[in-house]
Design a protein. Structure first.
Ligand code: TYD
Ligand code: MG
Length: 421
């Protein structure tokens, strides 16, 4: 049950508008050409620009969703600093932290950087608003007229027009509606923070997805430094680009060339490790997949994943069992993607399967080998896109031999090739 604001019933009978004030239906030929061009503003981060499709579109509303602690506030503070140091006014609504806390963070993030000077002189344009009432925020924003606004977070806001608590579906939706309406009316580029839980189930950000222009998901392992930004929806750009960041003591830093960072720690000669050639948008990345296969003591052996879906593991172990002759039915299988990277591309299938087979046979894969290819239910290795680019990148990073659909037709033959004496 979701609480709603009761709106006035519009008295117009059908057709009144057309007869009284003229219809608002327009013919294509009558639409004015004089549209404002999509104005793109740089975010100060090449990675973020790329993910957004070439910078922020002015007046757009972006939902930044992620688990607590992933770095949403850090990234948006950096963004606010960048925009604010360019002499356009920025309003940062802080529902979660005190203004003093944020000041400390701003100082830490700008120490020794070029924005430090800009923020110290009079050109400073960074405004903070510790406020939880969305209607108050709208009023303040109307008075200040910022060009850029951050709302951290939507779960802390509420309106007096509803009785539900902040964070409830009704409040989250109504608050977002009011902020979006403000953004469009005053042409304020708005970034809204939305928390998601580990399961991604919380109603908050989910109900907002269709209302905002862009949904930007921020992910990453808590105990790893890598962070990934990916758009799940983007009205102004592609949705397959990934921004890679490193969380450092100086904030979120761009990782300009991420293709090699996830294979830096690969230990050669250890069974259970395989390197996959993946694509993230238009960029190739090499990722290490690790697997551990051990005799199970349980009636129902364990299947544990980190960075790949459980479904994927189950399908691939079934294929390995039936098509490649591995008896996995009584064994626990653990699969992990190094670096906290999340693999969604089917092109990783062959590497996942071979990491499992490598641990099963207790034989390491030759360190110069990288794998690419989708594995079908019949055990066939299927084609994936952009094989050439993947191979080129793998060779550049020292993987002399890439095994994919062009080299081998079935997973079984790959197993033979890699693990037969
Ligand atoms: P934060 O942006 O507060 O996360 P969120 O808003 O998504 O909940 O960042 C949380 C973590 O980031 C925190 O554990 C500390 C770390 N961090 C750094 O490593 N470097 C920094 O410069 C900052 C500001 C935070
Ligand atoms: Mg935060």
């Amino acid at each position: 049950m979701v609480e709603e604001v009761k709106t006035e019933v519009r008295g117009n009978k059908r057709g009144t508008r057309a007869t009284q004030g003229g219809s608002r239906v327009v013919k294509l030929s009558e639409v004015s050409r004089d549209v404002k061009n999509e104005v793109r503003v740089t975010t100060g981060s090449d990675e973020l620009n790329r993910v957004l499709g070439g910078g922020m579109v002015s007046g757009s509303v972006v939902l930044v969703a992620g688990e607590p602690g992933v770095g949403k506030s850090t990234l948006l503070t950096q963004l606010a600093i960048h925009v604010g140091s360019k002499t356009s006014s920025v309003l940062y609504v802080c529902g979660e932290e005190s203004v003093e806390q944020i000041k400390l963070r701003v100082e830490r993030l700008t120490r020794g950087k070029k924005e430090e000077a800009a923020l110290k002189n009079e050109a400073e344009n960074l405004y903070f608003l510790p406020e939880l009432n969305v209607d108050q925020i709208v009023m303040e924003a109307e008075a200040l007229k910022p060009t850029f606004m951050v709302v951290d977070s939507i779960q802390t806001l509420s309106t007096g027009d509803l009785t539900g608590m902040a964070g409830s579906v009704g409040q989250v939706r109504e608050s977002a509606l009011r902020l979006i309406e403000l953004a469009k009316r005053e042409n304020i580029t708005t970034f809204i923070v939305g928390h998601v839980t580990k399961e991604g189930t919380i109603a908050g950000p989910k109900v907002l997805e269709h209302m905002v222009d862009v949904v930007l998901n921020l992910t990453g392992d808590e105990d790893r430094q890598w962070r990934f930004a990916k758009t799940q929806k983007n009205r102004f750009g592609p949705i397959d680009e990934v921004g890679v960041f490193e969380m450092t003591e100086k904030g979120m830093e761009d990782v300009a060339n991420p293709s090699g960072v996830f294979v830096e720690e690969v230990q050669s000669g250890v069974p259970g490790s395989a390197v996959a050639c993946l694509m993230e948008g238009t960029r190739p990345v090499l990722v290490e997949i690790q697997a551990l296969v051990v005799e199970s003591t349980l009636a129902m052996p364990r299947r544990v994943v980190n960075g790949v879906s459980l479904n994927k593991l189950q399908v691939l172990s079934a294929v390995l069992q039936k098509r490649c002759g591995l008896s996995l039915g009584t064994r626990d299988i653990f699969v992990n993607v190094a670096g906290g990277y999340r693999v969604t591309e089917p092109a990783a299938d062959l590497a996942i399967a071979m990491a499992i087979a490598s641990s099963y046979y207790n034989k390491a894969i030759d360190p110069g080998v990288a794998l690419v290819g989708e594995v079908g239910l019949l055990g066939e290795v299927r084609r994936v896109g952009m094989v050439k680019r993947r191979k080129t990148e793998a060779k550049k990073l020292g993987f002399a031999r890439v095994i994919g659909p062009e080299e081998e037709k079935t997973a079984r033959s790959v197993v033979k090739k890699l693990f037969a004496k």
